[in-house]
Unconditional design. Sequence first.
Length: 254
Amino acid sequence: MLSVNRQEIKFYITKQESVSLQGRLGEILRPDKFAQRGYYRVRSMYFDSLENIDFYEKLCGEKKRKKIRMRVYGKDPDTIKLELKDKDGVYQKKLSLLLSKEEADLMLRSDYNFLLERDEDNARLIYVIVTQGFYRPKRIIEYYRRAFVFPDFDTRITFDENILWRKEDISLCSEVYGTPILEPGCALMEIKIGSAMPMWLCRVLSENGIFQTSFSKYGRAYETIQAEELASAAQRADRKIEVAEIGRASCRER
């Protein structure tokens, strides 16, 4: 079981700003272990309750909320993580379990009993959450990431591009495809820090006119689905009205 406590600050930026910032930060920070060759792929399967309570807590701006996801790196990953993220304002605690491919397949089938066989206490905590809330796999979200680390300040900075989501084909090893979340030409930067932000980093952001924003990949994906469903419902309603008017006009002609 891995446990991380830190702040997570997000910035919605352009790809041009992303390239500029990476150039500046690359002079100070070092790439993380996954980014030795630049960008790498991250794929996450998000779980939520039948009523999508985690999404609605985010939508309503609840200070305390959580997320449960299963994450892999690369096309044929050897490392699969099951993560519980507890957030309280800007602070969050992330608990991670390493899973085997067999255990990951059980998660995708909503079979969580194996968690009770694990030795870690937090495996049982996750079991209670997913069984009491009737959690199910809901969305695949994947993207390409480049990350930098600064161990002296427990700082990690990530740049995510080409963020896609889908709700079908929930395999962790399928091809890359889905609906874009970001606007064309945009990227998402996240700064994850264990304490106060270093002054040199504040200066870099200020000099480049980069300001904090609120952004959730899972929340944005779900909002897109809602917008599509509302648009589809409106089209069906318009069609029903059109058919009814045609019917009334035909009756009048008779």
